[in-house]
Design a binder for this molecule. Structure first.
Ligand code: BMA
Length: 309
């Protein structure tokens, strides 16, 4: 039996549900605003560049998309220069009464991370860029720790396999004190690269972090999901990284599509009953959801571990 139970009616959102022309619906951030689930999903437009749409749900499974895109590259100022090729893979963190949205901004200068904020998912304010080029997958912790904002991120480098780092900020704009926490492990399912997935979830045993890992095969790359647990007071301390993946492309909607053999998560919603709804893009084409017991994921990090780096 799988540690994540796939929702029987997956995929939960596809291009056919969207009232404007898109080729894909994937890699969505999901959060709860009062009793409503809000999903920000990535779509390829028909020119191959990405935008972000919004969908809402009462139960976390049945989502109704909004009539128009939520975020598109803006045409003015610094943002126009750095978002020219599209906005991708959002993450949402609710902290101090507002929702922070991090996203990958692509341009002729590479990929970097933009930060936006909203109180209500109708008005959105772009705050700034929080990295230079060659960073993706920034997830912000839902609490400040010792007065600092904390994030996990993933710089690109030719020197080592792409790894998960931690950084701190007093004001959300300036980030530093960076340290490498989790590296791909040779001859392992995540040996090619790892990257933060969903923003970390607070549990009594530590911060639970769902990440993605990539393995290269003769048939292309396979994207899977894994879990790690970070110390509550000092998240730079990795308590355990599970040796086994928690989800791999198995279903047709994960194995075939825009990019084959991909499950990629940007969001998970913990529920009061001790479960977590995990959202993932299938084959960069559709959105899917599954449910896991938080305790099972935590135990996997504690009981079957591999070295973090
Ligand atoms: C990564 C990113 C993700 C995508 C994945 C699989 O490099 O581009 O957005 O889901 O590849 O194609």
């Amino acid at each position: 039996m799988s540690i994540i139970e796939r929702y029987a009616a997956n995929p939960i959102l596809t291009k056919d549900d969207i009232p404007y022309p898109v080729a894909t619906v994937h890699n969505a951030a999901v959060t709860k605003m009062k009793d409503e689930y809000i999903m920000l999903f990535r779509s390829h437009k028909l020119n191959g560049r990405s935008i972000i749409g919004i969908a809402r749900s009462d139960d976390g499974f049945n989502f109704k998309p909004g009539p128009r895109p939520f975020m598109e590259p803006v045409g003015v100022g610094l943002f126009s220069e750095y978002e020219e090729y599209g906005v991708e893979d959002p993450r949402i963190t609710y902290i101090d009464g507002e929702y922070l949205i991090t996203y990958s901004a692509y341009s002729r200068h590479g990929v970097r991370i933009g930060l936006a904020r909203t109180n209500d998912f109708s008005d959105i304010e772009r705050v700034g860029f929080v990295t230079e080029a060659d960073h993706r997958n920034v997830v912000i912790f839902p609490e400040k720790i010792d007065g600092m904002y904390v994030c996990l991120n993933r710089p690109h480098t030719d020197i080592i396999p792409w790894s998960i780092w931690i950084s701190y900020s007093p004001d959300l704009l300036f980030w530093g004190r960076s340290e490498l926490l989790i590296k791909p492990l040779s001859y392992h399912w995540d040996e090619m690269k790892v990257g933060p997935g969903a923003p970390p979830i607070k549990t009594d045993k530590g911060w639970l972090h769902i990440y993605h890992g990539v393995f290269s095969t003769m048939d292309g790359s396979v994207y899977r999901l894994g879990v790690a647990l970070h110390d509550l007071k000092n998240p730079a301390k990795v308590i355990g990284v599970a040796d086994e993946w928690i989800l791999e492309p198995e279903k047709e909607y994960e194995r075939t599509g825009y990019v084959h053999n991909v499950v990629f998560s940007c969001g998970a919603v913990p529920e009061p009953d001790g479960t977590v709804k995990i959202y993932w893009g299938g084959a960069d084409t559709v959105m899917c959801v599954g449910v896991a017991a938080i305790a099972d994921l935590v135990n996997l990090c504690l009981e079957k571990t591999r070295p973090p780096k």
